[in-house]
Design a protein around this ligand. Structure first.
Ligand code: ATP
Length: 485
């Protein structure tokens, strides 16, 4: 990370805390590593991202429905899915610092450093060698690459490494009140399996015809070897996943459709094209026949936000095998029974949240001549902004608060609002800029005479005088989901 990017990222993290977006979990006990809580503004922003995803996937597609499956699942689910045996990360320990790392991430960091230093050839050679080692699960070769490229532990600075070993990422716990009767179960490491085991239920009760999709938003848990980069890699996080069931043989056409559709969803928020790119997987997961990541350029480089995977009939076939229940679809158009193929779109809600925050964060110098001034503004899309408008009486007297409350009571049925009467109007504007509120509505003495208010726009800072009874329409047109869908 360059100094500027490093500083930007640090500033975003402290801004997120200072303005009630994200807190370290259990902070009063010095925190819990890689676990975070969302504050009053963070949970609003997160809910708005979820709504945007849900509307565009479920509401806008007649053939996609949503479910909400439990986090705990029958333990055989994870045997069938391959997670018990294969959900591993290659890890390596530094013998001096006793710190543990993911071997592939140490190598990826080195590749990024080569790229930054203009050593494109070296970067490419290392990338290819790493991909090959991961694909063949050659752990010794991963270690050789770490030694060969002189990668040192960031903490101890030494190259005194252990061998690379596999580490299962699933958290387990016990179900059942009495120890002897209890059974080991897992906290789900992905939401997808909750969809697969409900495939028959949804297909039958919803009379769904292929192609169709099942969407879900929910928590997932992974005991990540190392936690880093704030909410980028957490041990408890949220996924927004959709499994799209298709006729075998048509999967590549649907894969391309979803690849394109999902990138458009990201770009509709107004993010610059250059900030996104596709990254095709070289090492395919055991269940996939094609896979691509949608990557965003974070201050620490391009990183995955969403994965689109062609999962074949692997999951449904495995559940058919392990459960002994027939999981098939009768396709009347071709008069055949088959196990459907699946295209998955899987986006991390927390990574999308981080992306949104970083993308919106702007430090602006507003100094004029000798008059120093600055502001931090979150240029969030109005649909995503936690608070849509702030209602601000100019003073605390002369009936202005009462008038402001009257406007607030009317508008709050439609919009999430905030009311503030403390401090100067300028200071109140700045506080709203910092959380990304698109509109500030000031109620002054003229309001009492002619029922007009000033509306101040967050990005341009321009103010205009408008009739108070037009506010629903003005705010409504900017925060309407129609702008995004
Ligand atoms: P990575 O390679 O970064 O570990 P992954 O390929 O294992 O990610 P998937 O299993 O494809 O990720 O999960 C889908 C999405 O879930 C990812 O694109 C990411 O946005 C999100 N995600 C995965 N692991 C985490 C995590 N530990 N913390 C936050 N989000 C995560």
């Amino acid at each position: 990370m360059s100094k500027n990017n490093d500083e930007l990222f640090k500033n975003v993290i402290s801004h997120a805390k200072e303005y009630g977006f994200v807190f370290q979990s259990s902070e009063i006990y010095d925190g819990l590593s890689a676990v975070y809580d969302y504050g009053q503004n963070g949970s609003e922003l997160k809910n708005n991202i979820k709504t945007y995803w849900w509307k565009s996937m479920v509401q806008m597609h007649e053939n996609i429905v949503g479910i909400d499956a439990a986090i705990f699942m029958h333990p055989t689910t994870w045997k069938a899915s391959g997670h018990v045996d294969g959900f591993n990360d290659p890890m390596i320990d530094n013998k001096d610092s006793k710190k543990r790392y993911r071997a592939d991430q140490l190598l990826e960091d080195k590749i990024t450093r080569y790229e930054k230093d203009g050593k494109a050839e070296k970067a490419l050679a290392l990338q290819l060698a790493m991909d090959e080692a991961l694909k063949s699960e050659n752990l010794a070769s991963l270690k050789d690459l770490i030694i060969e490229h002189e990668i040192a532990c960031p903490v101890s600075g030494t190259r005194n490494w252990t061998d690379v070993r596999q580490f299962n990422l699933m958290f387990s716990t016990q179900i059942g009140a009495v120890a002897e009767e209890s059974d080991q179960i897992y906290l789900r490491p992905e939401t997808a399996q909750g969809i697969f085991v409900n495939y028959l239920n949804v297909q039958k009760t919803g009379r769904m015809k292929i192609p169709f999709g099942i969407a879900q938003i929910g928590k997932a848990f992974r005991n990540e070897v190392i936690a880093r980069q704030f909410i980028m890699r957490m041990r408890e996080f949220e996924q927004m996943e959709m499994q799209f069931f298709v006729r075998p043989g048509s999967e590549m056409q649907w894969y391309e459709y979803w690849k394109d559709t999902r990138l458009k969803w990201h770009k509709a928020l107004g993010t610059a094209d250059v900030k996104y790119r596709y990254h095709d997987h070289v090492k395919l997961a055991h269940y996939a026949n094609a896979a691509v990541d949608i990557e965003f350029e974070f201050p620490f480089g391009f990183k995955e936000v969403e994965g689109i995977h062609s999962r074949t009939d692997f999951d449904l076939s495995q559940h058919q095998k392990f459960s002994g229940k027939k999981i098939q679809y009768f396709d009347p158009e071709i008069n055949q029974n088959y196990v459907p193929y699946v295209i998955e779109t899987s986006i991390g809600l927390d990574r999308m949240f981080l992306l949104t925050l970083i993308n919106a964060y702007e430090e602006q110098d507003l100094s004029e001549g000798d008059k120093k001034d600055s502001r931090v503004v979150l240029k969030l899309h109005p649909c995503l902004a936690p608070v849509k408008a702030a209602i601000l009486p100019l003073t605390k007297k002369d009936g202005l608060p009462e008038k402001a409350r009257e406007i607030m009571d009317r508008l709050k049925l439609d919009f999430n609002l905030t009311y503030e009467e403390k401090d100067s109007i300028g200071k109140r504007y700045r506080r709203q800029d910092a959380i990304g509120t698109p509109f500030c509505i000031t109620v002054d003495h003229q309001t009492l005479e002619d029922n007009t208010v000033t509306i101040r726009h967050r990005d341009s800072m321009e103010q205009e005088r408008v009739p108070a009874d037009q506010l629903e329409q003005i705010i409504g047109s900017r925060v309407s989901w129609k702008n995004l869908l």
